[in-house]
Ligand binder design. Structure first.
Ligand code: TRP
Length: 443
C-alpha cells in the first residue's frame, strides 16, 4: 500500500477568484490525477461558521465553491469530494482530540494571537470578540485531517502551523491510546505563484482586489482593464518586473507566450493593448469552464447529490475508524466490556455483539530503538506481543496481515511473536476473528 493520501479543505465563506484558481484549484485538480495518489477534498463549512455569521452566504458559497471545483475538472469518481458538515464523525473526533490538546498549544496559534494583538493595540480586552470556535479552530482542522489518516495536506503557508499542531495532537493521542493516527505533513507547492490582484497586492478578498473566477466575459474585460499599471505612454518600454498585469498573464500563458509578451513590453506596447492580450488569454482558459460552471450552478440538486455521494464514501472510512477510537478511549458498550472482564473467550463474545468493545493493536517504540506491537483485549488484557521490528512499517504490515487473515498470519509470523503467559492460541485467534468480523460488518 504505497498510495499517498492527500487531503485539503476549502472554507466556504466566499466566491472563488482567479487567485484561488491559480493557487489552489488548478494545482489540486492536477495533483488528484497523478498516479499513486488518493485525494480527499472537502468544503470546510464548519470552519466557515467561525468567520461568517451570514447563513445565506455560507450556503451560496458552498454551492459556488463546489461548482467551481467541478467545473475546473475535479472528478468526483476519483476524488472523495464532500462537505465537512455531512460527516458527523468529524465533530465527534473534534471532541476526542480536544481532550488531549493542551490549552497552551492553542494559545500559541498565530490566528488567535493575531486577534489578541489587534485587541491589545486597540486597547480592548485581549479576548474581545474571540469565540471558542476561533480558539478551537486548529483542533477541528486536526480532526479533518486525522480522521482520514492523510499523509499530505496541501495548504498555503499561513496554514503550516495548523498542520504542525495536528501532528502534535496526533502524537498526544497516540501516546495515550496507542498508534491510531498517521502524522500528517504540509505539502507546499513551490512552483505555484501567488497571484497579484487589481492593485498589485496579493489577490485576496480582504484587500477587495479580486477578479471572480467565473465572472461573465464582459465583466472580466472591465475588471482586467482596471488592473493598475504605471504611467508609461505607448511606445515607452515597460517593465515586466513588478507588473501585476504581466504576472497574471504568466499564470495563464505558456512559457513561449510569456516570452512573446515580454518582448512586446520591451518594445513599448500600450497598456491598453497589453490588457486586451491578457483578457483574451485569461478568457481563453476560463470560458470552457465557465460554461460548465453555469450549467452546474443552474442545477444545485445535482451538486447536492454529488456531495452526499462523496460523504457516503468518506463515511465508509471514518465510521469504522471512529468506532475504533471510541473503543480506544473507553467509550465502550457495557455489554462487551462486562463479558470481557468475566470470561477468557472475550473476543468471540465481543465480536458477536453489535457495537461491542473490540480488541485493538497498539504500536510503539522501545528504548532499544525497535518497533513493537501488541494486541490488547477490550478490557486491557495483553493477548499477543511482538518482538522488535527494525522499521515501523514492518510492524504495521504484520498488524495488517493479522487483521486480514489471522490464521495464515499467525503461522507466518510465529517467529516474531513472543508468548504471553496465560493466553492460549484459541484466545488470540478468537480476538483476531472478532476484528475480521467487525471489519466485514462495515462493508
Ligand atoms: N483552514 C484552512 C484554510 O483556511 C481550511 C481547512 C479546514 C483545511 N480544514 C482543513 C485545510 C483541513 C486543510 C486540511 O485554508
Amino acid at each position: 500500500m504505497s498510495t499517498t493520501r492527500f487531503l485539503t479543505g476549502i472554507t466556504t465563506t466566499g466566491t472563488p477568484h482567479l487567485g484561488n484558481f491559480v493557487g489552489s484549484i488548478r494545482p489540486s485538480v492536477a495533483a488528484s490525477l497523478r498516479p499513486g495518489v488518493q485525494s480527499f477534498y472537502f468544503l470546510a463549512d464548519y470552519h466557515a461558521l467561525i468567520k461568517c455569521e451570514d447563513p445565506v452566504r455560507i450556503q451560496r458559497s458552498t454551492l459556488e465553491i463546489a461548482a467551481s471545483w467541478l467545473a475546473a475538472g475535479l472528478d468526483p469518481q476519483h476524488v472523495t469530494f464532500y462537505r465537512q458538515s455531512d460527516i458527523p464523525e468529524i465533530p465527534e473526533l473534534n471532541w476526542l482530540l480536544s481532550c488531549v490538546t493542551g490549552k497552551g498549544l492553542l494559545n500559541r496559534a498565530h490566528a488567535y494571537k493575531a486577534s489578541q494583538d489587534k485587541n491589545e493595540a486597540a486597547g480592548r480586552e485581549l479576548d474581545d470578540g474571540v469565540t471558542a470556535g476561533l480558539f478551537m479552530y486548529p483542533v477541528l482542522m486536526a480532526a479533518d485531517i486525522l480522521a482520514f489518516k492523510a499523509h499530505k495536506v496541501p495548504v498555503g503557508r499561513d496554514q503550516v502551523q495548523h498542520i504542525e499542531m495536528a501532528r502534535d495532537i496526533a502524537a498526544s493521542f497516540n501516546h495515550l491510546y496507542g498508534e491510531h493516527f498517521v502524522a500528517p505533513e504540509a505539502a507546499i507547492d513551490e512552483h505555484v505563484a501567488t497571484l497579484p490582484g487589481l492593485d498589485g497586492r496579493k489577490m485576496s478578498k480582504s484587500y477587495d482586489n479580486t477578479i471572480p473566477l467565473f465572472t461573465p466575459r464582459e465583466q472580466l474585460r472591465r475588471l482586467i482593464n482596471g488592473i493598475q499599471t504605471d504611467s508609461r505612454a505607448p511606445g515607452e518600454p515597460k517593465q515586466t518586473e513588478g507588473s501585476a498585469l504581466f504576472q497574471i498573464y504568466q499564470a495563464f500563458a505558456t512559457e513561449a507566450e510569456a516570452q512573446a509578451l515580454r518582448g512586446q513590453f520591451e518594445q513599448g506596447i500600450a497598456w491598453g493593448d497589453a490588457k486586451q492580450i491578457l483578457f483574451e488569454r485569461v478568457d481563453g482558459v476560463i470560458a470552457p469552464m465557465r460554461e460548465r460552471y453555469e450549467a452546474l450552478i443552474a442545477d444545485p440538486g445535482r451538486i447536492e447529490d454529488t456531495l452526499l455521494a462523496g460523504a457516503d464514501r468518506a463515511r465508509a472510512l471514518v465510521t469504522p475508524f471512529l468506532r475504533e477510537l471510541r473503543s480506544a478511549v473507553g467509550l465502550r458498550s457495557l455489554r462487551g466490556g462486562a463479558v470481557a472482564a468475566a470470561s477468557p473467550s472475550t473476543a468471540r463474545a465481543a465480536g458477536s455483539g453489535k457495537g461491542a468493545a473490540l480488541p485493538s493493536f497498539k504500536q510503539y517504540r522501545e528504548a532499544d530503538g525497535k518497533f513493537y506491537f501488541k494486541l490488547v483485549a477490550a478490557d486491557g488484557r495483553l493477548l499477543l506481543q511482538s518482538t522488535g521490528f527494525d522499521a515501523p512499517r514492518d510492524a504495521g504490515q504484520a498488524i495488517a496481515r493479522l487483521q486480514k487473515e489471522p490464521q495464515a498470519a499467525l503461522a507466518a509470523l510465529a517467529g516474531q511473536l513472543a508468548p504471553v503467559d496465560g493466553v492460549g492460541a484459541g484466545d488470540v485467534e478468537a480476538a483476531l476473528q472478532a476484528l475480521v468480523q467487525a471489519a466485514a460488518a462495515q462493508d
